[in-house]
Ligand binder design. Structure first.
Ligand SMILES: *Cc1c(COP(=O)(O)O)cnc(C)c1O
Length: 480
């Protein structure tokens, strides 16, 4: 019986061989993948910023999930044609739609190494070095936004989960039994609604705070709303401000809001998924004054630190609040000793087993150095002002107010006809060309174009191209 079993086990083992390629096969595979990646990267400067969705079906792998492994060349060809090409080229320097970031190469190496070593970064006991990196990276982010020691944070999959984590921490700290009211402007990101919903606060009293002519939260309106609720016996719970709205990049007056929150005992949360990390550079820090007074801040390294998608962060001024919200173990309340690497990521987030995320941020900071990131951010802020100045000189455009950060929201004002329809056609014309990718939004019902200069690859010639594409689009649409 044992012999039969042994024979059976040996046969099964032989079939598992493809799971552990040998040295030479690994080398060949890695070389192929690297060559593929290099070709992709080399094509970026001239590749379109958008390619037809229909290309997804140019080829098929039949059957898609084969019993025996297939030739890596066929797989990489398929990926190149049907996966990497179609849709938006978020790696393009001419991609200035939504909130781009680009995706620095070092982060891909970080992901590769993290996956190879497969360290269990959820727990300090399992991976002390990885956990130290997670905490050191979060501490660096906290320091970048001006938080004092005692702050803590954790890397998430993105800004949405980071906002959810902050809302849960705010709930545990200030609204455990419910009933507290929530305040935000109409420019708050929709993930905040999702977060409140998941956190069981979808039915919390909600107040939409008025904004000024530059789409920033009005402190007077906020104060009025909080006072009215307090007078009516409703407890002000959570104020959600924006450090860079997606629509226009507007930064709410954070210092004023912090003072008001303090007076009313409300939790002050800042969604800085797009703009918060501009605090790394001098100009950005100036514009984000008051950010460090927030109880919680969300930032998105996959936007303003140019990482590939998959990394957001939630930061708490008093780190204990994050532990209180998410720790499942009781032994976390201890001072950091010499050999202590800080709290386990599993005690700071809803996740247990997770990707070793810190490496994709830590490695680029090591290899490229912090100054390159700081300079890229300053460059983006300057390029946005440059775009705004050039657009202001183009006949027919309303460039809107100068940008707070690196998003410019603007419109073309046709002499006759429907301005909304014209701007929608203009956006379509620019997008169809496939050179420069911009996006649009509706602000108070008016269709508005957006140019978001965030990618580390976007430089002045690309911004010039965007101006040219808009000018071309207008003349084409106005041609008799
Ligand atoms: C991008 C963004 C989010 C959502 O973050 P994800 O990383 O896409 O989940 C939330 N708020 C703002 C202001 C953003 O720019």
């Amino acid at each position: 019986m044992i012999d039969d079993l042994k024979a059976q086990i040996a046969a099964l083992r032989a079939r598992t061989a493809p799971l552990e390629p040998g040295l030479e096969e690994r080398e060949a595979l890695a070389q192929r993948a690297l060559a593929h990646a290099q070709a992709f990267l080399e094509a970026i400067p001239d590749a379109p910023s958008r390619q037809p969705a229909a290309d997804v079906f140019l080829h098929r792998l039949e059957p898609e999930f084969p019993d025996a492994g297939r030739d890596p060349a066929a797989v990489l060809d398929y990926l190149g044609t049907c996966v990497e090409a179609p849709g938006f080229a978020t790696t393009s320097p001419r991609f200035m739609a939504y909130i781009p970031g680009g995706g620095v190469f070092h982060a891909a190496i970080g992901d590769f190494l993290a996956a190879v070593s497969n360290k269990y970064s959820g727990f300090a006991s399992a991976a002390p070095g990885a956990t130290r990196l997670e905490n050191a990276t979060a501490a660096w982010l906290a320091e970048a936004i001006g938080y004092p020691t005692g702050a803590a944070g954790t890397l998430t999959s993105g800004g949405s989960i980071a906002n959810l984590s902050a809302v849960v921490a705010a709930r545990e700290a200030r609204d455990p039994d419910g009933g507290g009211a929530v305040y935000a402007t109409r420019f708050a990101h929709h993930c905040v609604d999702k977060a409140l919903h998941i956190a069981g606060r979808a039915r919390a009293p909600r107040r939409t705070v008025a904004t000024d002519e530059r789409h920033r939260m009005s402190p007077a309106a906020l104060e009025q709303a909080l006072a009215a609720d307090q007078a009516a016996g409703i407890r002000p719970w959570l104020v959600i401000a924006s450090a860079g709205t997606v629509d226009t990049g507007a930064v709410d007056p954070l210092s004023d809001i912090a003072g008001i929150c303090r007076r009313f005992g409300a939790w002050f949360h800042v969604d800085g998924a797009y703009g918060g990390l501009f605090a790394l550079c001098d100009e950005g820090r100036e514009r984000l004054r008051g950010l460090s007074l927030a109880d919680s801040v969300v930032v998105d390294p996959h936007k303003t630190l140019f990482l590939p998608y998959g990394t957001g962060a939630v930061l708490l001024r008093e780190g204990q609040h994050l532990l209180d919200a998410f720790s499942a173990s009781a032994d976390y309340i201890r001072p950091l000793g010499d050999f202590d690497v800080g709290p386990s990521p599993a005690d700071l987030s809803p996740e247990l087993t997770r990707h070793f995320r810190a490496l994709r941020l830590w490695l680029p900071l090591q290899l490229a150095g912090v100054d390159a990131f700081r300079a890229a951010q300053s460059e983006k802020l300057a390029l946005a002002r440059y775009f705004h100045a050039r657009l202001s000189m183009l006949a027919g455009f309303d460039a809107g107010p100068p940008p707070d950060l690196s998003v410019v929201a603007f419109r073309f004002l046709p002499e006759k006809g429907d301005a909304d329809a014209f701007n929608e056609r203009l956006l379509h014309a620019v997008q169809e060309e496939g050179r420069v990718m911009l996006s649009g939004t509706r602000i108070d019902g008016r269709f508005t174009l957006r140019c978001a200069i965030v990618s580390f690859r976007t430089h002045i010639e690309h911004v010039d191209e965007a101006i040219d594409a808009l000018a071309r689009g207008v003349s084409r649409l106005q041609a008799p």
